[in-house]
Every structure is written in structure tokens, then in C-alpha cells.
Write a protein that binds this ligand. Structure first.
Ligand code: SF4
Ligand code: SF4
Length: 196
């Protein structure tokens, strides 16, 4: 039910084709059901480095930096999901922050999601959360040994991504550059590091 695609460091499940998880069900039935691709992905330095090397600086600018709702942090980029206009018809006055965020999620669509197809990104550019997350609905349908193998694989994916991110962050700190202040210098450092 869940496969570990080791070469691309990602977990895959056919369950996503017809997402069974009620937590991710749309409130507005006019919207396409897209499961957990309603969230806003954050790209770490490893993913940015891969995109730079294989697609070039212009593509990183187009795909990540200049997208509507893109938020640059010193060492990562978050691309906010689009929120359907029908969300604004909801009365959120009596909701707490968490309830409000959950409600908003059910009206959101990741900008990299393509209707009827799924994620448009190469696995090399997908954030580790996207590559390692499997919902509890799918997890609970697994035999104990498969569940253990899945959790182990998810741990490996996150560990490898975090290690790359931390190493590159240390390197950028050494150069004294950040994505917020001087991203073209960051691009050069990341490309040089990869081809060394
Ligand atoms: S991982 Fe779970 S919640 Fe996400 S799309 Fe697949 S089945 Fe749905
Ligand atoms: S980046 Fe891809 S996998 Fe991740 S939430 Fe967006 S569409 Fe889904």
C-alpha cells in the first residue's frame, strides 16, 4: 500500500488518488478533492540547490521567488497555497487560531498541484514533508511491520533532508549571506558547493 521510492527519497501510496482522509475533505464541494496537497510547502536549501543545478537561477526565481504568496526566510522559501474565494464566506469569528487554520486548509490548494494530475514538481525539488508524509488514515490500514518500515523510511527521508539543509545553512552562514538579503550570492554558493 505504501512504497518507498528509495532513489527519489519519497514515500508513495496509491490511496492518494482517491484520498480517504476526512481531515482533508473539502468544505466547499465545488473544489477538487486534493488530499494533503492543500498545504503550503516550504523549500529547504537542499531542494533549492537541486532546482538551481538542474533548472537554473531563472527557474528558481520563477517557481519560488516570484510566485504570488511566496515568503522568503533567510534559509528557506515558503510558497503559500491559494485560498478559494468561498473561504471568505465562512464565519470564523468564533473559531480559535487552530480551527481557523484547519478551515482555511480545506479551501486551499498548493500552487504546485495540477488538477487531475497531482504534484507538478520533480521529487528532487519536493520538500521533505511532501516526500515523507503519509496520513494516519493510510497508516492505520497497514500491518504492523509495514507501518514500522514506513515510519523508518519517513525518518530516513527527513534526516537526510535536514542534514543537507543544516550543512548548507552552515556554509551560507560562513559566507554571511541569506536568501532574504543577497539571494544571488546564495545561488552561487549553492551551485559551487554542488559541482565541487
Ligand atoms: S497521504 Fe493521506 S491525506 Fe495525503 S493525499 Fe494521500 S491519502 Fe490523502
Ligand atoms: S509541493 Fe507537490 S506534493 Fe507538496 S503539497 Fe504541493 S503539490 Fe502536494
Amino acid at each position: 500500500m505504501v512504497q518507498y521510492d528509495k532513489s527519489n527519497k519519497q514515500l508513495l501510496t496509491s490511496a492518494c488518488i482517491q484520498c480517504p482522509d476526512v481531515e482533508f475533505t473539502r468544505r466547499d464541494k465545488e473544489l477538487e478533492e486534493i488530499g494533503c496537497c492543500s498545504h503550503s510547502p516550504t523549500f529547504g536549501l537542499g531542494e533549492i540547490q537541486h532546482m538551481l543545478v538542474w533548472e537554473g537561477k531563472e527557474e528558481v526565481e520563477r517557481q519560488l521567488v516570484y510566485r504570488e504568496g511566496s515568503e522568503l526566510s533567510p534559509y528557506s522559501v515558503m510558497v503559500n497555497a491559494f485560498v478559494a474565494p468561498s473561504y471568505h464566506k465562512e464565519d470564523t469569528r468564533n473559531l480559535n487560531q487552530i480551527e481557523k487554520a484547519d478551515l482555511k486548509l480545506s479551501y486551499s490548494t498548493c500552487q504546485f498541484f495540477v488538477s487531475q494530475q497531482g504534484c507538478s514538481l520533480s521529487p528532487h525539488y519536493k520538500p521533505s514533508v511532501c516526500r515523507s508524509f503519509i496520513c494516519s488514515t493510510v497508516e492505520n490500514q497497514l500491518e504492523s511491520a509495514d507501518k514500522q518500515a514506513m515510519n523508518q523510511a519517513a525518518k530516513e527521508i527527513r534526516k537526510s533532508s535536514n542534514e543537507t539543509h543544516d550543512r548548507l545553512k552552515k556554509l551560507l552562514k560562513w559566507y554571511g549571506v541569506t536568501l532574504k538579503k543577497d539571494r544571488f550570492k546564495v545561488y552561487e554558493v549553492l551551485i559551487d558547493d554542488y559541482i565541487k
